[in-house]
Design a binder for this molecule. Structure first.
Ligand code: ZN
Length: 212
């Protein structure tokens, strides 16, 4: 597996969740999450095809600890579809926290995929909700556009980027994670677990400068 890739009409960059709530000062801040914004701006300028994702929850969403009496953020509950980590309220639809970081500059992005919209199910992946069955429609979009190679960048490395990369690989796309354009939350060694999982699936973690 090559560690670099040329970018052309077959390539798409997916920029994951560059939103105020995931940046320092936000409700669910990823440490140093804002550092990726200029990196992603430069990266995206090198791609003809870019998709943005946006975590976009209704109030009272199942993934919010505040929805469950006596529960605290970062605890896990048994949801109908499996274990679900509880988070502080974040990325509530039409709030400032849910808006893209104001320095994000990707005017040529063709599509914004909003996820986590259903109150009763979370969605880390840009492709499938956390039941791993309900599609967002992004696979269909990418196939119809003829893209075969996906690069992923954004927040958080060990949650939404990870699940998106894993689903994309399982769908048969060639996938690269641009790791210096990501930052992680790192709960219970989840960053190391993400690297191991991606390696096992044949998803290289590359540096932006190694893009051909
Ligand atoms: Zn969320």
């Amino acid at each position: 597996m090559t560690e670099t890739a040329a970018r052309g009409d077959d390539d798409v960059l997916i920029v994951v969740d560059i939103q105020n709530d995931f940046c320092p000062g936000g409700a669910l801040a990823v440490p140093r999450g804002d550092e990726v914004v200029p990196i992603i701006n430069r990266l995206a300028a090198r791609f003809r095809n870019v998709v943005l994702t946006q975590d976009w929850h209704p109030r009272g969403h199942l993934s919010f600890a505040s929805t469950h009496r006596g529960r605290k953020p970062y605890e896990s509950i048994a949801a109908s579809y499996g274990p679900q980590v509880l988070w502080p309220d974040h990325c509530v639809q039409e709030t400032r926290g849910a808006a893209f970081h104001e320095q994000l500059h990707v005017p040529h992005a063709a599509l914004i995929v909003r996820k986590g919209i259903d109150k009763s199910i979370d969605s880390y992946s840009a492709f499938y909700e956390n039941d791993r069955k309900t599609p967002t429609g992004l696979v269909g979009y990418l196939r119809e556009r003829g893209f075969t190679r996906i690069h992923l960048a954004g927040l958080a490395f060990d949650f939404c980027v990870r699940y998106s990369a894993e689903d994309a690989r399982r769908e048969g796309f060639e996938v690269f994670v641009v790791e210096d354009a990501c930052r992680g939350i790192d709960i219970e060694n989840s960053v190391a677990g993400t690297r191991a999982s991606l390696m096992a699936l044949g998803v290289p973690c590359i540096a932006a400068q190694n893009l051909a």
